[in-house]
Write a protein that binds this ligand. Structure first.
Ligand code: ADP
Ligand code: MG
Length: 257
C-alpha cells in the first residue's frame, strides 16, 4: 500500500528550482531513501512534505488525503513525524523532557487541566510518561533520561531526536541525515535502530550521506540532482546506474559529509 504519494512536486526560490517535477511513492512498511549531492534538494523535499515550505507546483497525499497545504502541526497530528538535519533538541532539558515535548501533539489537556490537576490531566500525564519511557527504551537511551541533552554524546542526541519523533506515534518518519556526525563505528548500531522501525509500524523516508548505511537499509532509493529525479530503484539498480555513478556515487565516499 502506498502511504505517501508525491506528484510533480516543485519549489522555486527566486530563479532557482530547488525541487522540480519530483514524483515518488513511499510504500507502507518500507524504508525509502533519498540521496544526492549537497544542494540537490533533499531537505527542501522534506520541508515540502512536512508543510514547512509551500510547494510552487505539484501535490502530496498521505493515505489518499491531500496534505499539500497542511501546516507542520497538522502533518504531525496526521501521522508524519520528522527529525532535522541539524538536531534541534532542547539543550537545557533532560532527554525525558525532550521526548515528552513530542507528546504535546497527542494530548488533549489544556492549560485549565494543567493548573487544576484535573483527572484528565493526571491520566494524560501518566500515559505520556509511559509512552516517553517506552520510546526511550526502544531507542536504547533510557539510562540517559535524566541527563541534559547538551551533556550526552552525539549518538545519544541523534537517538533522542528519533525518540522524540516516535513519541508523536507516527506512521511515517522522515529522517534528514540522522547519522550525521556519528562516528563510523557506531553507525551499524544506529542503522539497526532505523531498520527495526517498519516492524513497529513506522515506515521510513530517509536522507543520508553514509552510502554503506543507505545501501544496507533502503528498499528503494530516489536519487536527486539539481532538484530533479536522476534515478529511482533498488540499491543494486542505483549502484550500477551509469548516470548515478557519473553524477554522484563516483565522487562520494563515506567520509564525506
Ligand atoms: P540538500 O538538502 O540536498 O543539500 P537543500 O534542499 O537544502 O539541499 O537545498 C537545495 C537548494 O535550494 C540549494 O541550492 C539551496 O541553496 C536552496 N535553498 C534551500 N532552502 C532555501 C531557502 N529557504 N531559500 C533560498 N534557497 C534555498
Ligand atoms: Mg540537506
Amino acid at each position: 500500500m502506498t502511504l505517501l504519494e508525491i506528484r510533480d512536486l516543485g519549489k522555486r526560490f527566486g530563479g532557482l528550482d530547488a525541487v522540480k517535477d519530483v514524483s515518488l511513492d513511499v510504500e507502507e512498511g518500507k524504508i525509502t531513501a533519498v540521496i544526492g549531492p549537497n544542494g540537490a534538494g533533499k531537505s527542501t523535499l522534506f520541508n515540502l512534505i512536512h508543510g514547512f515550505y509551500r510547494p510552487t507546483a505539484g501535490s502530496v497525499a498521505f493515505r489518499d488525503s491531500d496534505i499539500t497545504h497542511s501546516s507542520p502541526h497538522n502533518t504531525v497530528a496526521g501521522g508524519i513525524a520528522r527529525t532535522f538535519q541539524t538536531t534541534n533538541l532542547f539543550d537545557d532539558s533532560t532527554l525525558m523532557e525532550n521526548v515528552l515535548a513530542g507528546r504535546i501533539v497527542r494530548s488533549k489537556s489544556n492549560i485549565f487541566d494543567a493548573i487544576f490537576h484535573t483527572p484528565r490531566h493526571r491520566r494524560e500525564s501518566r500515559i505520556n510518561e509511559d509512552k516517553a519511557m517506552e520510546v526511550l527504551e526502544y531507542c536504547e537511551i533510557a539510562p540517559y533520561r535524566h541527563d541534559l541533552a547538551s551533556n550526552v554524546p552525539q549518538e545519544v542526541q541523534k537517538r533522542t531526536a528519533v525518540a522524540m519523533a516516535l513519541a508523536t506515534e507516527p506512521e511515517l518518519l522522515l529522517l534528514d541525515e540522522p547519522a550525521g556526525g556519528i562516528p563510523e563505528e557506531e553507525t551499524a548500531d544506529f542503522a539497526n535502530l532505523i531498520r527495526s522501525l517498519p516492524q513497529r509500524g513506522v515506515s521510513v523516508l530517509l536522507v543520508e550521506h553514509k552510502m554503506s548505511m543507505i545501501m544496507g537499509l533502503a528498499d528503494t532509493i530516489l536519487v536527486l540532482d539539481h532538484g530533479q529525479k536522476l534515478a529511482l530503484g533498488t540499491p543494486e539498480e542505483i549502484q550500477s546506474n551509469p548516470e548515478v555513478i557519473r553524477a554522484y556515487l563516483g565522487s562520494t565516499t563515506d567520509e564525506e559529509n
